[in-house]
Ligand binder design. Structure first.
Ligand SMILES: CCC/C=C/C(=O)SCCNC(=O)CCNC(=O)[C@H](O)C(C)(C)COP(=O)([O-])OP(=O)([O-])OC[C@H]1O[C@@H](n2cnc3c(N)ncnc32)[C@H](O)[C@@H]1OP(=O)([O-])[O-]
Length: 364
């Protein structure tokens, strides 16, 4: 997940090393350390360098970068190295093709507004007239925005919504204009996209914060279990109406929710579709803190700007320490949830629920 389907070979690694030598723009120390660590892990495995003394700054940074990879398999490290070099080469190509003076770093998005300031990259879902429903383009754009944010020089990354909703979840019209002969294929490809999308949240290397400005539905709720902090307005609600849509939990919620709130509370949400208020979601550990809607934006952004002044590399490493041992498990949960959905996304129950929504704009 999060890389090319094919596994990178030794030859691919060597090619990537050579490509790096030709890179015109210096990718910065943080990326260089990451490349160093992945290369060592890919070629030598587990960090075998004795821990350098505290004042041996350069060797210590290298040791930390390598040691943080823990027992990441050599093949995965090789793949990650190749993927990282490919993304550096493509971003340097696109920036060298950009017009002088233009905003070269940020790709153009149609469904998002992405800004980066004060050490914070903010990814704002921007389909307010559709309550920020996640259509296929938005899935793709969020993947791109997360990949860019993981490599930019911001300290933390925030996901939020524009308008009165955080997000109404998966866009129920994602397959509706598809000719009947192509629907199976489209559903299959869409679920592959959703799986890749969830994988990007699992792998996201920096602190990831949800600023839940209003109601959240479906996949916008389930993904919250993969965030590091979730701040909510007291207007927000949390609703996963999967059963009435003929669907099943995704976004790794079948694993994260029972861990966060205990199996019975998770069942009430994920199977029986119980909608939680922000206060309830906070009491159950899904939300970190609730703020009055009136002061929500001001309070949250003041806090986040202060957090973003902390040393970026330290936050990154702490996040990895907290999350890394769960990563492999989360990826396997993601694959499993996706294959369950493959079997049911075009079931009678699921198709009828979409038809019902379209014909009556039936409310949850
Ligand atoms: C990956 C597979 C797994 C699935 C994961 C999930 O996330 S499952 C969860 C899937 N999610 C759901 O089941 C939620 C379904 N949505 C609802 O139940 C309600 O719209 C509401 C309660 C979110 C808001 O009610 P409200 O009275 O405040 O507002 P309103 O109803 O007037 O909506 C305004 C406009 O937004 C449009 N729009 C809204 N949501 C969606 C959507 N998801 N899709 C498409 N469009 C959507 C709506 O059609 C309308 O457009 P129009 O007609 O003006 O062109």
């Amino acid at each position: 997940v999060g890389g090319t389907a094919m596994r990178a070979s030794q030859k691919d690694l060597e090619n990537a090393v050579n490509q790096m030598k030709l890179l015109k723009k210096d990718p910065g120390n943080e990326v260089k350390l990451k490349l160093y660590a992945l290369y060592k892990q890919a070629t030598e495995g587990l960090c075998n360098m004795p821990k350098p003394g505290i004042y041996d700054l350069i060797r210590k940074a290298k040791w930390e970068a390598w040691n943080t990879l823990g027992n990441l398999p050599k093949e995965t490290a090789r793949q990650n190295y190749v993927d990282l070099v490919a993304s550096l080469c493509s971003s340097s190509e696109s920036s060298s093709q950009g017009k002088p003076g233009a905003d070269r770093e940020q790709p153009r998005y149609e469904t998002l507004v992405v800004t980066s300031e004060d050490g914070i990259t903010k990814i704002m879902l921007n389909r307010p007239t559709k309550k920020n429903a996640v259509n296929l383009q938005m899935y793709q754009e969020i993947i791109l925005a997360l990949k860019a944010a993981s490599q930019d020089d911001s300290t933390i990354t925030v996901l939020t919504g524009n308008g009165d909703y955080y997000s109404s979840g998966n866009d129920l019209t994602n397959f509706t204009n598809t000719p009947p002969g192509e629907i199976q294929e489209k559903a299959k490809n869409s679920l592959i996209l959703v799986r890749e999308f969830v994988g990007c949240f699992i792998d996201f290397p920096k602190p990831l914060i949800a600023v839940v400005n209003g109601p959240a539905v479906g996949i916008a709720v389930t993904l919250l279990g993969l965030f590091d902090i979730v701040y909510a307005s007291d207007r927000a609600t949390f609703h996963t109406p999967f059963s009435r849509l003929g669907l099943h939990p995704e976004g790794c919620s079948s694993y994260t929710f029972p861990k966060i709130m205990g199996p019975t509370k998770a069942t009430e949400m994920l199977i029986f579709g119980k909608k939680l208020t922000a206060e309830e979601a906070c009491a159950q550990g899904l939300v970190t803190e609730v703020f009055p809607d009136r002061t929500f934006q001001k309070e949250v952004w003041t806090r986040l700007k202060a957090y973003a002044k902390l040393p970026s590399n330290v936050l990154r490493i702490s996040k990895q320490v907290i999350r890394n041992r769960e990563k492999e498990k989360l990826h396997s949960v993601n694959v499993e949830e996706s294959s369950v959905l493959q079997g049911t996304v075009l079931s009678d129950e699921a198709v009828n629920a979409v038809m019902n929504f379209l014909s009556k704009r039936a409310k949850l």
